[in-house]
Design a protein around this ligand. Structure first.
Ligand SMILES: Nc1ncnc2c1ncn2[C@@H]1O[C@H](COS(=O)(=O)NC(=O)[C@@H](N)CS)[C@@H](O)[C@H]1O
Ligand SMILES: [Zn+2]
Length: 419
């Protein structure tokens, strides 16, 4: 757990951009601020896209603490899901070994990048008993139904069928993304859904429990029969159990708004008769070589590969912070040298005993972060302080004794950069 230095004074109430309304909202009203940030599907960890999203939400975590909130941050690892099984099969490795190894690599990379670890962190496999209970409750309430599995499916009592959520039970389905039905069906098909499956009441109905298939891992599903959890219900249950409902922020990259956050919010609404996340916040997707950095495309830049070159991970973090968390941007090989240079400047600027007054810079950084986590503006404020501190022949008589200490503690606590 990285130590977060205390700072003089207190930060402002943090406002973030809510994807549903497109407006700035106060991220947390109460003393305890709660956020669920979706974790990785553990293969191809940790690429720059993952890191940009997690550093983005780490800013919210840190700014919330500076504003006086107690933070409960929950997250998951999707350590069983079709893409993971497919990758394990394609590369001839055991899927569970792959999940364990990649989850450890993510943790190592996040630690190196100074990301504060979540208080609640659960794997899909570990959460299966809770998912089973939730799916049984949804069936009980008439909010879920079964679809017969194809002949030859494995497991006991295959006639029990796969379990799907009945979205018609949720009058507010669609309220999160506000997409057209056509867009929903298209995105659902592109991102792990099965709109064309026969026997479903509605093509958008999402899988809650997939019955055992020959060659696939499966677990005891009590009255559901053996099988494994669907994707969206996993996050709905881990968030509900880890944070309680409603929680303040559901977060992730922009590709999770639909279907994943729409569906998991719908499940929580049905499980808790009305609540889910108060607001939904999404990070812009990072591209590389002209396309979104993604596992399916394989155009990936890995944090661990950059670290292996000996570059300071704090420079990687600064390279990410140079872009607003919601912006879509392209990683280029020039990003890192620019960040290394900035890191070196900041380090030499705080190396003296005194320095220009730090209070105005602290206030400017707090104001920038309170305004939808505007890291680029915050970095510019520190750049300005460093420029004065490093200016040739400047008049050091106005120097404030503790200024460099305030700056380095602030850069650490609020930006997560250790100088
Ligand atoms: N190119 C990218 N730029 C920014 N964020 C990205 C990028 N690719 C993936 N992410 C984000 O990284 C996080 C993990 O992505 S993931 O490994 O595919 N895993 C999942 O989306 C699910 N395990 C969430 S429950 C998600 O929030 C996703 O939106
Ligand atoms: Zn999720």
């Amino acid at each position: 757990m990285p130590q977060i230095p205390s700072l003089p004074g207190r930060g402002l109430p943090i406002q973030v951009h809510d994807s549903t309304t497109g407006e700035l909202v106060v991220a947390a009203e109460g003393d305890t601020a709660t956020m669920y940030v979706c974790g990785i599907t553990p293969y191809d960890a940790t690429h720059i896209g993952h890191a940009a999203t997690y550093v983005g939400f780490d800013l919210l975590n840190r700014a919330w603490r500076d504003a006086g909130h107690t933070v409960t941050h929950a997250s998951n690892v999707t350590d069983v899901d079709d893409p993971l099984l497919e990758r394990a099969t394609a590369t001839g490795v055991d899927w569970w070994d792959l999940a364990v190894e990649q989850t450890a690599l993510l943790a190592e990379d996040m630690t190196a990048l100074g990301v504060v670890p979540p208080e609640v962190y659960r794997g899909a496999v570990e959460a299966i008993p809770d998912v089973v209970q939730a799916v049984e409750a949804l069936i009980e309430d008439g909010f879920a139904y079964r679809v017969p599995v194809e002949p030859g499916a494995g497991g006991d009592a295959p006639e029990l069928g796969d379990v799907y959520a009945d979205l018609s039970a949720d009058a507010r389905f669609g309220a999160v993304s506000r997409l057209s039905r056509d867009d929903m069906v298209r995105l659902f098909g592109e991102r792990g859904g099965d709109p064309e499956r026969d026997g479903k009441k509605d093509p958008l109905d999402p899988l809650l429990w997939r019955r055992e298939r020959v060659g696939e891992p499966s677990w005891d599903g009590a009255s559901l029969g053996t099988g494994r959890p669907g994707w969206h219900i996993e996050c709905a249950v881990i968030a509900r159990d880890g944070l309680g409902l409603p929680f303040d922020i559901q977060g992730g990259g922009a590709d999770l708004l639909f279907p994943h956050h729409e569906m998991s919010t719908s499940h929580d609404r049905l499980l808790d008769h009305g609540f889910g996340a108060r607001n939904h916040v999404h990070a812009g997707l990072v591209a590389y070589q002209g396309e979104k950095m993604s596992k399916s495309r394989g155009n990936l830049v890995f944090v661990s590969a950059l670290r292996a070159t000996g570059v300071d991970p704090m420079a990687i973090r600064l390279a990410l912070l140079a872009h607003h968390y919601r912006s879509e941007w392209e990683w280029t090989d020039a990003d890192l040298p620019a960040a290394v240079e900035r890191l070196e400047r900041w380090r030499s600027a705080v190396s003296g005993n005194g320095g220009p007054d730090a209070d105005a810079t602290l206030a400017a950084v707090r104001e920038a972060l309170a305004n939808d986590l505007d890291a680029p503006t915050a970095l510019a404020a520190v750049d300005a302080w460093a420029d004065v501190s490093l200016a040739e022949g400047r008049d050091t008589s106005e120097d404030t004794e503790g200024a460099p200490g305030v700056i380095s503690r602030m850069v650490n606590a609020l930006l997560g950069v250790r100088l």
